[in-house]
Write a protein that binds this ligand. Sequence first.
Ligand SMILES: Nc1ncnc2c1ncn2[C@@H]1O[C@H](COP(=O)(O)OP(=O)(O)OP(=O)(O)O)[C@@H](O)[C@H]1O
Ligand SMILES: [Mg+2]
Length: 261
Amino acid sequence: MKGTTVKNLSFSYPGDTRLILKDIDLEVEAGEFVCLLGQSGCGKSTFLRLLAGLEKPTVGEITQDGKMIEGAGLDRGVVFQSYGLFPWMTAGDNIMLALKQKYKNKTKAEHKEIAMKALRAVGLKDDVFNKLPKELSGGMKQRCAIAQAFSINPPVLLMDEPFGALDAVTRARLQDMVLELWSSTEDKKTVFFVTHDVDEALLLSTRICVLGQAPSKVIYDVKIPADRKPTRDTLFDDVEMMKLRNELIRYINRDVASHIE
Ligand SMILES: Nc1ncnc2c1ncn2[C@@H]1O[C@H](COP(=O)(O)OP(=O)(O)OP(=O)(O)O)[C@@H](O)[C@H]1O
Ligand SMILES: [Mg+2]
């Protein structure tokens, strides 16, 4: 199957007996935009790190297009909340770093051209190429991180609360940009996108999975067919989407309450 398959996955951090994820089974088709919701500390970032190949399953396996994920790879782009840019390198060099590994046979000028294109695609000006991360605003850094992930054109994108630290307007712009980048290519990327924001999940995803409290598993899984996908303008007038919104919030709250008692 083309896509990501998680089979019987359980995970504890090495040297720690506490189970963080337990018995997760999930089949995600290529091209799905999956939002992962769940309370703080439930294991969303851990799950993303496993999908990225940065951690290994304690039990079970994760496959990508039928092949076991073993270690980080250029077929998976990762955007972390902390941007993941090296502070001592310019934005351009940060992007070129992955390009050099991905396109070993291309020249430096060709790498630069791809990096420039990626920066423009996320709405940044050419002069950002030579700027250090500390010279950029949070929103600009986030755009660079997204440009970096998209520039290697990976079939799978893993995004961990990428807009968590941004103001509402910048956040809305970047949400639209990611949706545009995702939907503009014919062979759509598979996206795993962690967020705390139910409305963001409703707006972006074709599928929403809620992770329960640790040891966590998927406690709610819903698909939003393409023809039901709301836009920013229609979301709050869409009765079905508002029902789903209430249901998602109920699920998350009930799960949290059951762990407090
Ligand atoms: N490197 C690590 N070693 C041991 N335990 C860890 C490590 N990283 C995270 N944990 C633990 O794993 C659990 C899940 O953490 P994780 O970061 O995956 O949660 P999260 O759902 O992403 O939370 P948040 O929404 O706050 O980002 C937490 O209890 C955390 O303390
Ligand atoms: Mg996290």
